[in-house]
Structure formats: C-alpha cells, structure tokens
Design a protein around this ligand. Structure first.
Ligand SMILES: C=CC1=C(C)c2cc3[nH]c(cc4nc(cc5[nH]c(cc1n2)c(C)c5CCC(=O)O)C(CCC(=O)O)=C4C)c(C)c3C=C
Ligand code: FE2
Ligand code: FE2
Length: 341
C-alpha cells in the first residue's frame, strides 16, 4: 500500500498560459536606473557577441559612464508621465490586457501575462505567475515579427533558463516569427493606408525602417536581414506602392562597426537632398512604439528631413494596442494554441 507524503504538491486543474514578451525598458530615466537597464541589456551575449573578458571592462568602464545620461535624456523626451513609465511598458501591458479579454471570451482556461527581456517585469516573474496560476502548458510569444538571435532567441533562452530551475516543468511552446504571416502584413499595410488617408499631402516616399544589427551577425548566419527585406516587399506589394517610391532601411546603429545598410538616418538625409518633399516612415519591425520609433524616427527623423530641405514628414505609429494590432495578436496566438484550447 502506498502513502502520499503530507507535503505532496497540490494537483491543480490544468490551465494554459500565454506570456507576451518585448525587449525591455528602464524603470526610470535617472543615471542609475538607466545604467542598470543598459548593463543588463548590453551584457547579453546574444546582443554583444564579444568575450566578456574583453567587453565588460569597456562596457562597465567607458560605455556605462556616459550612455546612461544620453539615453536617459532621450527616454525623458518620450516618457509616459501620467503612469511614470516608458511607452513600451504601457503598450505591452495594454496588448496583454486586450489578449486577456479575448481569452476570457474565447478560451476560458487561458491565463495571459507579459514580461520584458531586460528590466521589469522579468520573464521569471511572468513564468512564476503562470505556473502559480496552474498553467501546465505555456506559450511564449516574443513580440518580434522578424527572427533574430539578438531578440527572439534571447527571449527563448531566458524562458529555458527559468525552466532549468523547475522541478515540475510546464510544457512550453514558442511562437515562431511571423514576418510573412498575412495577418501581420495586412495589419501593417492597413495601418499605413489609414495613416495616409488622414494626411492633407501625398507621400512621394515610403520608408520602412527596421532596427539594425551588426553586419557581422548576418555574415555569421543570422537570417534577420532577409526576413526584414521580405516583410518590406510584402507590405509594399499589399499596398500596391510604386517600387521607385519605396525604400527599406535599418536604424539604431550602436558602436563603431558596420551595421546592416542602408542606414535610416543617412537615407532620410539623402532623400531630402535629392528633392523628396513629402515622406512617410513606418517601423514594421516594432510591435510597440518605443524609444527607437518615437524619438529616433518621429522626432529625430523629422528633424533630419526638414533640415535638409524636406517639407512634410509623418511617422506611422506601430500597431500597438490598436484594434488592428490586437486582432493580429489574437489570431497569431489562437493559431499557435491549436490543440491546447
Ligand atoms: C549592440 C547593441 C544592440 C543590438 C544588436 C540591438 C538589436 C535590436 N534591438 C531591437 C529593439 C529595440 N532596441 C531598443 C533599444 C536599444 N537597443 C540598443 C542596442 C542594441 N539593439 C540599445 C543600447 C537600446 C537602448 C536605448 C539606447 O541607449 O539607445 C528598443 C527600445 C526599448 C524602449 O524601452 O523603448 C527596442 C524595441 C531589435 C528589434 C533588435 C534586433 C533585431
Ligand atoms: Fe536595440
Ligand atoms: Fe536608438
């Protein structure tokens, strides 16, 4: 006859968890908050592929003495003062709330949480909340349409680092990239169409700007570059936008090495100099507006364009928690939960 020990773990009714994950964000814009965030981010060996013996002295000594102030100022210019947090955090939480509402209506045994790869709330906190809620199956959703080792893979690494510490592991699925999914391509195309309809001028250039990575990562086999090119082409085709009035670029260069080209800032300047007067820019690689879109594109991009002779400049907001954006997330998650709900 067998006897269960008194401390036998409680067996809860099975539930399914979904964890939405985006990049990360500082808790505040002061020097130490910025330093903590940038240190975690730039110490990730998927992001900076250098030996820590070489990189950490440069990072801790030089970069983290100056960059926290500079980036803190940039974050200050876009900070959500009402909620005292970065826009990326506000938007990701809203996306999660919208998915949770959809789940409550359609998939009653699904719990939704959200997390940031760097900063708070962490992936471990999100996974703890799902496991604590009784989820024995978890779908992880890195909110990156185009796969890169520097983004999608490092989210999955962090999830599996959490799994390594669990005695009772849930089953885990990860959402694959969706760079050519019709729901994604059509949602981006529609958001661009809607934005154009609200302008009192006609764009003579549409630029789609994606976050860059060092060119070396492409040479080593990271497929991100090709996925961005394909997304750009599919979006242009969905819009039926003339090829000679379209350009795809890469932004947010960091450090002295070559990054993926053409560079967004250089291309905006060149467009203005060759006589483009009306320019529209979109950022289809970002699921949510953040420093890189609100500051680098909408503010700095407009300044560069106008400084070099451009007249009208508009930025198409990311899908964020718009009806288009949340419907797309609901669809992608619904397809990936097949067999689980
Ligand atoms: C070598 C450094 C970096 C690589 C490689 C990199 C890849 C990469 N990043 C994103 C998306 C985002 N990056 C954001 C901010 C940001 N990125 C870097 C550096 C690299 N990114 C830094 C240092 C920062 C912080 C700000 C700064 O100091 O400039 C953000 C915004 C976060 C926010 O809270 O607003 C996003 C989003 C992708 C998609 C990507 C590779 C494909
Ligand atoms: Fe980045
Ligand atoms: Fe940037």
């Amino acid at each position: 006859m067998s006897h269960l020990p008194a401390e036998h773990p409680a067996v809860k009714p099975p539930r399914v968890g979904v964890l939405l994950v985006n990049l990360g964000t500082p808790d505040a814009t002061d020097y130490w908050s910025m330093r903590r965030y940038l240190s975690e981010f730039l110490s990730d060996r998927r992001v900076i592929e250098l030996s820590p013996l070489l990189w950490q002295p440069i990072l801790q000594g030089i970069i983290l003495s100056l960059r926290p102030q500079k980036s803190g100022k940039a974050y200050d210019s876009i900070w959500n003062r009402e909620l005292d947090e970065s826009p990326l955090r506000t938007i990701t939480r809203n996306q999660s709330d919208a998915l949770a509402a959809h789940a409550a209506a359609h998939w009653p045994n699904v719990q939704v949480e959200w997390a940031m790869r760097y900063g708070n709330p962490s992936i471990a906190v999100g996974m703890d909340a799902l496991a604590g809620g009784g989820c024995d199956r978890i779908l992880v959703v890195p909110l990156y349409p185009q796969y890169s080792a520097a983004t999608t893979a490092t989210v999955n690494d962090k999830v599996f680092e959490w799994l390594q510490k669990q005695r009772w592991q849930p089953a885990v699925r990860t959402l694959p990239q969706y760079h050519d999914h019709p729901a994604y391509v059509n949602a981006i195309a529609q958001s661009i169409r809607d934005h154009v309809a609200g302008l009192d001028w006609t764009p003579d250039l549409l630029m789609t700007s994606f976050h860059g990575v060092p060119k070396e990562y492409l040479d080593k086999g990271d497929p991100y570059h090709c996925f961005c090119a394909k997304s750009g082409r599919l979006i242009r085709e969905a819009l039926d936008w003339p090829a000679d009035q379209y350009q795809q670029t890469f932004q947010s260069r960091f450090g002295p090495k070559e990054w993926l080209q053409p560079y967004t800032d250089v291309s905006i300047e060149a467009a203005a100099k060759r006589g483009v007067k009306n320019m529209l820019i979109a950022a289809p690689g970002f699921s949510a507006d953040c420093l890189e879109t609100l500051e680098e594109l909408a503010i700095e991009g407009a300044e560069i364009f106008k400084h070099h002779g451009g007249e009208n400049f508009a930025f198409v907001p990311c899908l964020n928690d718009s009806a288009l954006g949340t419907a797309m997330i609901n669809q992608l998650v619904g397809e990936e939960l097949a067999g689980w709900v």
